[in-house]
Ligand binder design. Structure first.
Ligand code: T3D
Length: 293
């Protein structure tokens, strides 16, 4: 196991804490970094962190190890200023089938503790990353896997992808933020139908509901998603991060509270060099070069 302690500030990467199965971690140059876990791919290229859930035989369902490694990768996205956009996908034919049910039946004694330490932090981290997080749903997204996609900022999907609130099929309630985000995204009754019936929803149906931004032909998803991520990584990502922060607040604020949030965050955005660059580029009739600062 190799850790690189560098300007990238990996103080959270301590063995036994999070990294149960780090196979290698390489820093070739400041633009390209790769951490390889047994069950999770993580690489940074052109400002995009690509995270790939990688337990294809189990449709990338979460066991403890993959969940812990995923949290490590998200921490890295939070801290590393070279990352300006995060792209999340799954390997093989699934995106993520939620909790690994073999582990659930044999190894989880305290479900509250498990949800609090394995699933809740994932949602909190994704919402705390002040950068766009895109879910590229390549196949079935079930249970916590579906709600993982919904807590991201943008969801794109392959034509054959399916979304299922499958918790009901095993007598559970939706977690991973599902009962928070889904009613806000699609309305109370539609969320209730999805959660109480646990039916499969196609990518196109998700698009009609506004849950999915774009549907790609199956073979074109990752090229399309990566192009979107790289485009966003060149945008004023500090401002986009502050927009995300404002949206987080808006989910619970009154109008007056939210106007105050807009005032304060606009102050921050207005002091970024990207704001000056955007205005100057407009006035000079040239393409802006944004740095995410
Ligand atoms: O404990 C807590 O912390 C509570 C938290 C809960 C969070 C949750 O996510 S609860 C919901 C858990 N997930 C599910 O209930 C989904 C279970 N899976 C399915 O319903 C189906 O697999 C799918 C609808 C997702 C896909 O169906 P299909 O027909 O395309 O594939 P399949 O044949 O069912 O699955 C392929 C393989 O993946 C298969 O293994 P095998 O037979 O080839 O060796 C299957 O067992 C495995 N697999 C799929 N999902 C899971 C799984 N193995 C373990 N855990 C899974 N969740």
């Amino acid at each position: 196991m190799v850790f690189v302690q560098s300007k990238l500030n990996h103080q959270f990467l301590s063995e036994g804490d999070y990294c149960h199965s780090v196979a290698s971690f390489t820093l070739a140059n400041s633009k390209f970094l790769q951490m390889t876990f047994e069950n999770l791919g993580f690489k940074i290229e052109d400002g995009v962190a690509l995270i790939t859930l990688n337990r294809p035989d189990k449709l990338n369902s979460f066991d403890n190890s993959m969940g812990a490694n995923f949290q490590t990768a998200l921490d890295h996205c939070l801290d590393n200023t070279e990352i300006r956009c995060v792209l999340l996908t799954g390997s093989g034919r699934g995106f993520c089938a939620g909790q690994d049910l073999e582990e659930a039946i044999s190894g989880i004694s305290d479900i509250e503790e498990h949800v609090e330490n394995k699933y809740n932090p994932i949602v909190r981290k994704i919402r705390a990353i002040e950068k766009p997080v895109i879910a590229a749903v390549n196949g079935v997204a079930a249970g916590a896997g579906a709600n993982l996609a919904y807590c991201c900022d943008i969801v794109v999907a392959a034509e054959s992808a399916k979304f299922i609130q499958s918790f009901v099929n095993i007598g559970l309630i939706p977690d991973t933020g599902g009962t928070y985000f889904l009613p806000r995204l699609v309305g109370l009754h539609k969320a209730a139908v999805m959660m109480m019936l646990g039916e499969k929803m196609t990518a196109e149906e998700g698009k009609d509901l506004g849950l999915v931004y774009k549907v790609f032909p199956d073979g074109e998803l990752m090229d399309g998603a990566m192009a979107l991520a790289k485009r966003m990584a060149q945008m004023p990502t500090r401002g986009i991060g502050l927009t995300k922060k404002a949206l987080n607040y808006s989910l619970r604020n009154t109008m007056n509270e939210q106007l105050a949030v807009e005032r304060d965050l606009q102050g921050e955005a207005g002091r970024t060099s990207d704001n000056a660059e955007g205005i100057n580029a407009f006035l000079e009739k040239r393409k802006p070069v944004f740095k995410g600062e």
